[in-house]
Design a protein around this ligand. Structure first.
Ligand SMILES: Nc1ncnc2c1ncn2[C@@H]1O[C@H](COP(=O)(O)OP(=O)(O)OP(=O)(O)O)[C@@H](O)[C@H]1O
Ligand SMILES: [Mg+2]
Length: 219
């Protein structure tokens, strides 16, 4: 369902952010992406969400080649992929509800349908009682859950989460991971980038480890 085949990504400099990366991910898998700061984790995720294209090699997702996608195909492709960004990218000053509703609004969902789906999603992530609060009024863990809810609202087949427990305490990190496990149990492919080795060790999942843009381990 997701295939990286001999993928290279070179930024001007040149910075060799990815070097000969080959990975195969099955539909419904849950896996971690680990590696030190600057290893290329976010770069790899940017390919999966078609925010960037490989310099060479092939990235195939759900039957589409990211490198060959036209700019008009990208928005439709992104509906298949949920993205939780390293820095959340939530709309400050707007409510929890508005943040989660945004992707559906962009798609022109009918108000009654939108209301129902957002409420359902907020129930699912345990934030229905905060739906009218603004982002500033939430804790880090709550903001993270809003970011996950927004990524899932359009029911993507794939969820990528970049450091979803980055600034959270261990208990909150476990809660976020439990939430991602539940999402995976419902059939979504989940790919999580993290620095947190303890968290990875506690969960018996596939781990892809990268360093200096190269796959160091995949097991
Ligand atoms: N737009 C860019 N232009 C030039 N270099 C970049 C760009 N984006 C990333 N890089 C470089 O590519 C390398 C990989 O960066 P990347 O953000 O993928 O690392 P990361 O593993 O996500 O790190 P972190 O754990 O700190 O988030 C780094 O050396 C970084 O400086
Ligand atoms: Mg990163």
């Amino acid at each position: 369902m997701i295939t990286f085949s001999h993928v290279y990504k070179t930024y001007p400099g040149p910075v060799h952010a990815l070097r000969d990366v080959t990975i195969e991910i099955q539909k419904g898998e849950f896996l971690f992406l680990t590696g030190p700061s600057g290893a290329g984790k976010t770069t790899l995720f940017r390919m999966i969400s078609a925010f960037d294209k490989p310099s060479s090699g092939i990235v195939h997702i759900a039957g589409q080649s990211v490198g060959e996608m036209t700019s008009s195909q990208v928005p439709y492709f992104r509906r298949k992929i949920g993205v939780v960004f390293q820095d959340f990218r939530l709309l400050k000053g707007r409510s929890v509800f508005d943040n989660v509703a945004l992707p559906l609004e962009i798609r022109g969902e009918k108000p009654a349908q939108l209301q129902r789906r957002v409420d359902e999603m907020l129930e699912n992530v345990g934030l229905i009682y905060k739906k009218k609060n603004t982002i500033e009024q939430l804790s880090g863990g709550e903001q993270q859950r809003v970011a996950i809810a927004r990524a899932l609202i359009h029911q993507p087949g794939v969820l990528i989460a970049d450091e979803p427990t980055g600034n959270l305490d261990p208990q909150m990190s476990e809660e976020i991971m439990d939430l991602l496990d539940r999402v995976n149990a419902q059939g979504t492919t989940v790919f999580v980038a993290t620095h947190d080795h303890e968290l990875v060790k506690r969960r018996a999942k596939r781990v892809v480890q990268i360093r200096n843009g190269q796959i160091e381990m995949d097991q």
